[in-house]
Design a protein around this ligand. Sequence first.
Ligand SMILES: [Zn+2]
Length: 64
Amino acid sequence: MSSLPQDLLDILACPQCRGPLEVETASLRCDTCRLRYRVEHGIPVMLIHEAEPLGPDTDVPAAP
Ligand SMILES: [Zn+2]
């Protein structure tokens, strides 16, 4: 899975806080909300109720 195209990343924002997202290997992360949005087949799942909460301190990658 390659990274998302830059023009797509430019328009993506966290649906909860409208803030910028950090790009991960197969997900997008909002450090403000501490949520991780997964990317399925190259399509980001930008749904708050589908997002995975990050741990309090650790930054463990999502399981494959
Ligand atoms: Zn956010």
